[in-house]
Write a protein that binds this ligand. Structure first.
Ligand code: KG4
Ligand code: ZN
Length: 331
């Protein structure tokens, strides 16, 4: 079964063809990130306009690279939320139009659930699994009992982990997106920082829940930089990264001890972070099977959309598919 996946929830326009949920025949990503570097963050209208320009070329290229024609496509899968409404609409309406004119089934896909399925590319994780989805807008722990059976367990009360990277990066003059910028700036300072003298807080570590909070981090960074105008950017970057990574690792250990899953699935843009990947593996690798996507499938892509739809194959009449910017991970 060959599924054409389409992803346009934010600033990436992606199209991919995946065979039987495993074999990636093509995987195309056009990004408007360069435009957002100029503005220091995403301007939704700019992202949506770029989506419109990129969507048909991306789909065309994905088909061409797959070696298939439209006759060889069995279904179309598209992200219907959550995300930016203008961006989502481009993918959803394009997918509906194609499905109608090509006479193909169409499957709406939850972007957050799809991030989890990036771990099923070339792998077969066992259930029950605990997944931690860490992206620009979400930090969610979920119990995945089976395909299509996702239960929310807890997450951030305020800022998402990716948002914490992006906002603190901006405070110290690092470019958008903040995650990769912080991670790069942190590298030279990771070893030299003092483990015992963490500059920034790790709230709610002992809450006995899977709740987290990252909004205090940007205030702490702001206060520190105001009080120490000649601050060392590399050190701040390392401290920010350690604060976020320590918090995510500690809550992940709590989740694994509590639910004793067969697998732990790290997912979402922040899972591209090497420090997080290393520390999660170190902390959980002995107790459970830890899965982390390839970095290119951690961040937004369409292969994960096609894979998610293969394992949750629910063709839906096109009239019933509506872009939903605030779709929850359980929907
Ligand atoms: O999943 P994603 O590509 O888009 C959303 O669904 O939001 O995640 C984007 C987020 C951004 O906040 C970005 O800063 C973060 O993922 N990110 C990283 C890294 N690469 C991307 N954060 C930390 N380290 C990275 N290497
Ligand atoms: Zn995403």
């Amino acid at each position: 079964m060959n599924i054409l996946g389409i992803e346009t929830s934010c600033d990436e326009t992606a199209a991919a063809v995946v065979e039987n949920g495993k074999t990636i025949l093509s995987d195309v990503i056009a990004s408007s990130q360069a435009l957002h570097i100029e503005t220091g963050g995403i301007v939704p209208e700019t992202a949506a306009r770029r989506q419109i320009e990129s969507i048909l070329p991306a789909i065309n290229q994905a088909l061409h690279k797959s070696g298939l024609t439209k006759e060889g496509i069995d279904a179309i899968a598209v992200t219907h939320g959550p995300g930016l409404i203008g961006s989502l609409l481009v993918g959803v309406e394009t997918a509906k139009t194609l499905a109608l004119s090509w006479k193909k089934p169409i499957v709406p896909v939850n972007h957050l659930v799809a991030h989890i399925y990036a771990n099923f590319i070339n792998e077969s994780p066992q259930f029950p699994a605990i997944a931690l989805v860490v992206s620009g807008g979400h930090t969610d722990f979920v119990l995945v009992k089976n395909h299509g059976a996702v239960e929310y367990l807890g997450g951030t009360r305020d800022d998402a982990a990716g948002e914490a990277f992006d906002k603190t990066a901006r405070l110290v003059g690092l470019s958008y997106p903040g995650g990769p910028a912080i991670s790069k700036a942190a590298a030279p300072a990771i070893e030299s920082r003092s483990e015992k003298l963490s500059l920034f807080p790790r709230p709610m570590l002992d809450s006995g829940t899977l709740e987290l909070s990252f909004s205090g981090l940007k205030t702490a960074v702001l206060n520190y930089t105001n009080e120490n105008p000649s601050y060392d950017t590399n050190l701040i970057a390392a401290e920010v990264q350690e604060a976020i990574v320590d918090t995510l690792v500690s809550k992940s250990v709590f989740a694994v001890e509590k639910y004793k899953p067969k697998s732990f699935l790290l997912a979402g843009g922040v899972s591209a972070n090497l420090r997080l990947r290393g520390k999660i593996l170190q902390a959980l690798g002995r107790e459970t099977n830890v899965y982390v996507p390839e970095p290119k499938h951690s961040t937004d892509n369409a292969a994960m959309i096609a894979v998610a739809s293969f394992y949750n194959y629910k063709p839906t009449p096109w009239r019933d598919i509506i872009a939903n910017p605030s779709l929850s991970i359980e929907d």
